[in-house]
Design a protein around this ligand. Structure first.
Ligand SMILES: *[C@@H]1O[C@H](CO)[C@@H](O)[C@H](O)[C@H]1NC(C)=O
Ligand SMILES: *[C@@H]1O[C@H](CO)[C@@H](O)[C@H](O)[C@H]1NC(C)=O
Ligand SMILES: *[C@@H]1O[C@H](CO)[C@@H](O)[C@H](O)[C@H]1NC(C)=O
Ligand SMILES: *[C@@H]1O[C@H](CO)[C@@H](O)[C@H](O)[C@H]1NC(C)=O
Ligand SMILES: *[C@@H]1O[C@H](CO)[C@@H](O)[C@H](O)[C@H]1NC(C)=O
Length: 518
């Protein structure tokens, strides 16, 4: 009975998927991807480690933000305790067949005072994790920063708002190169700086939660929504570029790793076919992605930003421009969803404007998505972004470092829509590759359900479910974990494989008895 139901359910979904996806490839296997193409899954430090107050770690701005009660009060104090369970998690990755694990280092665990002494326990933890990965043949893709600079630096000089962060970030990165660089193949510096600058310094919805009235969602104590986002992104680009310069000069020759930065890309579609909405869509692309990508590729901000933001947009000196231009071996790309863009001419008349007002777009249409609801499956958006990188930015090597589907955290282990989503987006990457896009890897967000940036513990993107009600925090594979493993081990991905996987699972009465068995 149950099996039949799932088969029918799958047939229906396959019909829907084909209708929506159009020409995208929906039957493929790993053998269709080039040799050396890396498939992984990821997390970040504060979202999984826990042990927040243990072994000498000091608070980051994310600890402070979470303890301030955002998202109903949950924190990463315990998270999913990867600090103590990393061996178990690496075992899951190995069983699943991952090539790579993307994780981040907690700056305040490694260097609790922000600069100076290295915490031996922090050093030991990341050495253990990296060695465990390597002994299982899994590449560490290491991110240096994910919304979590040490609170002491925020207190001392305001963190990214100050140019002083450039020096401190580079010194922290240098410690990481020195102690871990012999084993790290791919470094990324700051995670999604374009979203960080907008979300954390204009809207105030992510750490450190800066904004100023009338902008921003939260009751912000610090910040200036009209100026700080631009200042912060500028300082991040300088910190990134001087870190890359240092890596290339002193470490890359002997360590043979690659270094890049990870940018967030929405898919943008005009709200209507009116000329003003089509033009607003072009502006949104320039502001959201061009803001970081243009300086990295061409050494300067997009013209439209200079025009609309005026004196609030910092200028690069000639020297800085040369430093930033070309400061990457690859670009990491984060993509989840497409949003529609609606012109809002009246925002031009505001005396003080924030980011979206500078783009001259309506906040409603641009951010009219609900993070708790499943992202719709629109793989063409990813294909188009990859095409833009080819056409507009010289076809640099790209690793898709985050992609996946959000869902309410604990509904079911049979996450059919997540499988549908991943199947379509990996298919879009394959289509882009066949069209000549220079894509080198794909990493699912996330390995397991983590403490989410915006959804706390209400939402999850995980291939594994973590039962937070059980003090052992056991991990259980969802359908998507089985599906990804089937793909990674060379299985054909098509609708009949999906039906078979789903019906195999539905015949198991207690899914939790499945604890990491394939
Ligand atoms: C933000 O900066 C602008 C430009 O310097 C200034 O006019 C405005 O008063 C500042 N706003 C706040 C809330 O400090
Ligand atoms: C814009 O026009 C195209 C072609 O006529 C159509 O397919 C599309 O649905 C229209 N888009 C919107 C948002 O109305
Ligand atoms: C359009 O801009 C005006 C500012 O002039 C603002 O008050 C309004 O909220 C904006 N509309 C939307 C839908 O974002
Ligand atoms: C999640 O689980 C809790 C406790 O097991 C339950 O109370 C809640 O209703 C569940 N939420 C959803 C959306 O399934
Ligand atoms: C489903 O289960 C059967 C029987 O155990 C197994 O042979 C088959 O490989 C499974 N299918 C998939 C896609 O894992």
């Amino acid at each position: 009975m149950e099996t039949c139901w799932w088969v029918l359910w799958w047939r229906l979904l396959v019909v829907l998927a084909v209708a929506d996806v159009g020409l995208a490839i929906d039957e493929y296997s790993r053998a269709d991807f080039p040799d050396g193409f890396i498939f992984g899954a990821g997390t970040s430090a504060y979202q999984v480690e826990g042990a927040a107050n243990q072994d000498g770690r000091s608070p980051s701005v994310w600890d402070t933000f979470a303890h301030g009660g955002f998202a109903g009060g949950p924190t990463g104090d315990i998270a999913v305790d990867q600090y103590h369970k990393y061996k178990e998690d690496v075992q899951l990755m190995a069983e699943m067949g991952l090539d790579a694990y993307r994780f981040s280092i907690s700056w305040s665990r490694l260097i609790p005072d922000g600069r100076g002494d290295v915490n031996p326990k922090g050093l030991e933890y990341y050495n253990n994790l990296i060695n465990e990965l390597i002994s299982h043949g899994i590449k560490p893709l290491v991110s240096l920063y994910n919304f979590d600079h040490p609170q002491v630096l925020e207190d001392e000089y305001g963190g990214w708002v100050s140019r002083k962060m450039v020096e401190d970030f580079r010194a922290y990165a240098e410690v990481c190169f020195k102690v871990f660089g012999d084993r790290v193949s791919h470094w990324t510096t700051v995670n999604e700086p374009n979203i960080l600058a907008h979300g954390s310094y204009d809207q105030g919805i992510s750490p450190p939660g800066h904004c100023s009235p009338p902008f921003g969602a939260a009751a912000c104590v610090h910040g200036n929504s009209t100026t700080e986002p631009y200042l912060v992104l500028h300082n991040i680009l300088l910190a990134h570029a001087s870190t890359v310069e240092l890596y290339r000069r002193n470490y890359q020759g002997k360590q043979h790793g690659l270094i890049g930065i990870t940018l967030y890309a929405f898919g943008f579609a005009p709200y209507s076919n009116l000329t003003e909405d089509v033009e607003a869509t072009q502006r949104a692309k320039a502001f959201y992605l061009g803001w970081a990508a243009d300086p990295l590729v061409y050494g300067d901000y997009p013209e439209i930003m200079k025009r609309n933001v005026g004196s609030r947009l910092p200028r690069f000196t000639t020297e800085e421009s040369e430093l930033v231009k070309g400061a990457f071996d690859f670009l990491g790309l984060i993509h989840y969803m497409q949003v529609s863009v609606k012109d809002n001419l009246s925002s031009l008349s505001l005396e003080l404007r924030d980011f979206n007002a500078d783009i001259i777009v309506s906040n409603d249409a641009l951010l009219g998505f609900d993070l708790i609801v499943q992202f719709p499956v629109r793989p063409r958006a990813l294909q188009e972004i990859l095409e833009d990188f080819k056409q507009l930015y010289g076809n640099p090597p790209i690793y898709v470092l985050e992609n996946g589907q959000v869902n309410v955290r604990n509904t079911s282990l049979i996450d059919v829509t997540r499988v549908e989503y991943l199947q379509a987006y990996i298919g879009a990457v394959l289509t882009a590759l066949r069209n000549g896009c220079n894509v080198k890897g794909f990493s699912v967000w996330s390995l397991l359900d983590v403490f989410e940036l915006l959804g706390g513990f209400q939402t999850g993107f995980g291939l594994y479910y973590v039962d937070l009600d059980d003090p052992d925090l056991p991990r259980y594979p969802k359908l998507s974990a089985h599906w990804y493993s089937h793909f990674l081990k060379g299985g054909i991905i098509d609708s009949s494989a999906n039906v078979e996987l789903a019906s195999n699972l539905s015949s198991v009465t207690d899914l939790r008895s499945q604890r990491s068995s394939y």
